[in-house]
Design a protein around this ligand. Structure first.
Ligand SMILES: *[C@@H]1O[C@H](CO)[C@@H](O)[C@H](O)[C@H]1NC(C)=O
Ligand SMILES: *[C@@H]1O[C@H](CO)[C@@H](O)[C@H](O)[C@H]1NC(C)=O
Ligand SMILES: *[C@@H]1O[C@H](CO)[C@@H](O)[C@H](O)[C@H]1NC(C)=O
Length: 263
């Protein structure tokens, strides 16, 4: 895995991460141009309708849409982060289904990720296949100054070892979250989430790849999100997962930068 390029520098004050507002990653595979097939487009619409209506009740769905002659198949997956409410899940999937068609109007292989949910479809059956082929990292450019880098690495490593082993248990449905006190005044909040079509082993592999960026691109940074199609890992110095921790008053402020990852 190598870092491709710094995609952009967005200045933002993270007042609250409680909004699912905007997508954080959109991928339209340019090799999947729909080129005149209105049937596949119809199948994508029907697939999206199913994902929107049926995902929120379980927080996860895979479904297929095809024509009567079994052609123009489209495979779709939608998943909400395991800690969010059914109503937030529902609005996130609705936004995703609408936005992905605007972002990728002429592609049949597309993905969109929000902090609260993920939606993907493709003419290829990708269910159960680990995908760390391309990814995106967001990190807070501020360095950790509350502890020395070694102490920070150790605390971060211990927290993520703990939440990763929790996430791969079948009952966790790919979600792990937890916190650790870095100093009496600073709490580290972490979350990991795999797509629920993966096996325990594939999920663990995805986390290992993603968490690897904590020691490279994100090393000693005050916050980091590593995004792949198969998993999402994140830590922050402020609470961002639900239920929000009332004991922490800290808010994240800083400059967020992003870097694309390619295989
Ligand atoms: C798909 O369409 C885009 C935009 O029109 C174009 O740049 C790209 O070359 C096309 N790809 C293929 C494989 O036809
Ligand atoms: C998608 O295809 C339509 C019809 O071929 C074309 O008019 C439009 O410009 C294309 N959109 C993009 C974003 O490539
Ligand atoms: C963070 O630390 C690195 C390495 O010491 C340094 O190059 C960089 O300028 C620092 N960034 C900020 C925002 O202070």
């Amino acid at each position: 895995m190598k870092t491709l390029m710094v995609k952009g520098l967005l200045l933002l004050a993270i007042v609250c991460s409680c909004r699912a507002a905007d997508s954080i990653w959109e991928v339209c595979n340019k090799d999947s141009n729909i080129s005149g097939s209105s049937q596949i487009s119809t199948n994508i619409d029907s697939l999206l309708a199913t994902l929107v209506s049926k995902t929120p009740s379980r927080g996860f769905l895979t479904t297929t849409s095809s024509s009567y002659n079994n052609k123009d198949n489209v495979y779709g997956l939608a998943q909400c982060r395991g800690d969010i409410s059914k109503s937030d899940c529902s609005s996130c999937i609705q936004d995703a289904a609408k936005r992905i068609r605007e972002a990728c109007p002429n592609q049949s292989d597309s993905r969109i990720l929000y902090d609260f949910c993920f939606l993907r479809y493709s003419p290829e059956n990708f269910f159960g296949k680990l995908d760390t082929g391309s990814g995106l990292i967001y990190f807070n450019t501020a360095n950790v100054t509350e502890t020395d880098p070694k102490t920070f690495d150790n605390e971060l490593g211990a927290l993520f070892d703990r939440i990763r082993s929790e996430a791969v248990l079948p009952k966790s449905q790919g979600l792990g979250k937890g916190k650790a006190k870095l100093t009496p005044f600073v709490t580290l909040n972490g979350l990991v989430q795999c797509t629920r079509d993966l096996t325990e082993l594939e999920c663990a592999q995805c986390f290992a790849t993603a968490v690897g960026s904590f020691m490279t691109t994100c090393h000693n940074k005050k916050g980091c999100r590593v995004l792949y199609s198969s998993c999402y890992v994140r830590y922050e110095f402020y609470p961002f997962y639900f239920p929000l921790d009332p004991a922490q008053t800290g808010r994240g402020v800083g400059t967020i930068s992003s870097v694309s990852l390619s295989p």
